[in-house]
Design a protein around this ligand. Structure first.
Ligand code: 4NP
Length: 176
């Protein structure tokens, strides 16, 4: 679904890949899952050469770790193998990526505080801005202290949000 009113930063011209960084707190649950789900969307559409996808955390608790074993197990049930190694967001990410996608309001605030310039800050978007209008969620809830349903909810929200992000970016690029 194209989200015509969703805010998007300036995008590179067609022929250059769109570089997207998904960001959460720990970089072991939501953002590596978003990276995996988005990679799947992109590869299903044969668009691997048009996208660069990565994830990072605002926190530094789990650097070098694989995603949380619960997140990996739930993703695996959907055919996704999450192999990202946790890393912390760095200021240079604002140069290296075109779109920086925050999972919740706290991630967004942390990213805004880190952004070195207004231009950098303008790269920040919210995952929830790409959710289907029928969802009651305005962020991707942290599943870390939740049960299985929390992890399933994250994957459901990300399946919707990443596909809509993909469609909306493509539509916007075609227009420019
Ligand atoms: P994430 O979940 O932000 O979706 O990766 C969390 C993982 C770990 C912690 C918090 C949130 N933690 O406090 O260690």
């Amino acid at each position: 679904m194209i989200k015509p009113n969703a805010y998007l930063p300036e995008l590179p011209p067609i022929g250059k890949p769109v570089k997207v960084l998904f960001v959460c707190l720990g970089n072991i649950c939501r953002s590596p899952a978003a990276e995996g789900v988005m990679n799947e969307v992109v590869s299903e559409h044969g668009a691997m050469n048009d996208w660069v996808i990565d994830s990072a955390g605002t926190g530094n608790y789990h650097i070098g770790d694989l995603p949380d074993s619960r997140m990996r197990a739930h993703a695996r049930r959907r055919g996704l193998n999450l192999t990202h190694r946790c890393r912390q967001v760095r200021v240079s990410d604002f140069d290296d990526f075109d779109i920086i996608v925050a999972m919740d309001g706290s991630n967004e605030r942390n990213l805004r505080n880190l952004a070195p310039t207004t231009g950098a800050e303008n790269k920040i978007v919210r995952m929830a801005d790409f959710f289907d209008m029928t969802t009651r969620y305005d962020h991707v809830p942290d599943p870390y202290y939740e049960g299985a349903e929390g992890f399933e909810l994250v994957l459901d929200l990300l399946a919707d949000g990443t596909l809509n992000l993909f469609d909306t970016v493509n539509a916007r690029r075609q227009k420019s």
